[in-house]
Design a protein around this ligand. Structure first.
Ligand SMILES: NC(=O)c1ccc[n+]([C@@H]2O[C@H](COP(=O)([O-])OP(=O)(O)OC[C@H]3O[C@@H](n4cnc5c(N)ncnc54)[C@H](OP(=O)(O)O)[C@@H]3O)[C@@H](O)[C@H]2O)c1
Length: 207
């Protein structure tokens, strides 16, 4: 699979490592070219200075939600592209969400880029778990994904499975309204309640 990754922070680094390890062709882009070049070099990927989406089947956005539209606008033509939104629209203190109930970050991104095929995924997995994955405490870490385009969802399911994580279909893009608060609870447990980041939400009875 040809994958473009935008963002070189905590999640971007973990994703880059796992995507390359799974045998995919990865191009890394970021607003800081030196950082993107360094991440690409460290994992064995290529670097894209502009139009990250060109030639990619899947574009993974690994920026804060607040930077999503700016970052995707700079990625070039997203028509028909599978865009994976991993974001959680957290408040500055990480203890709340800036949007929810009637919409979600994923749906807002889809609205901003109507020709893209947005799939929510990876938002419930801490960067540390992603980088160390796919197993945690003897269990395979689930990665929930949600979207409205069946083909795009299948592509993302296959990408998740290729990395060894358990891909769990969480329904339509609207269900990002559930996945984002779920990640908020995960952040509360990890940081608010001080349980650390070696945790991940998993549904009993769903493999
Ligand atoms: N951290 C986690 O455990 C975790 C877990 C699940 C989901 N998430 C979500 O994943 C996303 C990334 O989180 P993170 O922890 O990786 O954040 P981070 O470490 O702050 O990384 C964010 C990255 O986005 C880049 N960026 C910002 N604006 C950009 C633009 N216009 N164009 C290109 N790149 C841009 C930043 O570039 P610079 O390097 O130049 O600042 C940085 O590399 C967030 O939406 C977060 O809610 C995080």
């Amino acid at each position: 699979m040809k994958v473009a990754l935008i963002g070189t922070g905590n999640m971007g680094s973990g994703l880059a490592k796992q995507i390359v390890k799974a045998g995919h062709t990865l191009a890394v882009a970021g607003r800081n070219p030196a950082k993107a070049q360094e991440l690409a070099r460290s994992v064995g990927a290529s670097f894209k200075s502009s139009n990250a989406a060109d030639g990619a089947e899947v574009v993974i956005l690994a920026t804060a939600y607040a930077d999503a539209v700016t970052a995707l606008r700079a990625a070039g033509d997203l028509s028909g592209k599978v865009v994976v939104d991993i974001s959680n629209p957290l408040t500055a203190d990480y203890m709340g969400l800036t949007i929810g109930h009637g919409t979600s970050a994923a749906e807002e991104i889809q609205k901003a880029f109507p020709k893209a095929r947005v799939v929510k995924a990876f938002n419930t997995v801490f960067a540390q778990v992603l980088a160390a994955g796919p197993s945690l405490g003897g269990e395979v870490v689930p990665v929930y994904f949600a979207g409205d385009d069946a083909q795009a969802k299948e592509t993302v399911r296959a990408l998740i499975a290729s990395m060894g994580f358990a891909a769990v279909d969480a329904g339509g893009l609207k269900n990002a309204r559930y996945l984002e608060p779920l990640a908020g609870l995960n952040v509360y447990f990890g940081y608010g309640a001080g349980r650390g980041t070696s945790i991940a939400p998993k549904w009993i009875g769903i493999e």
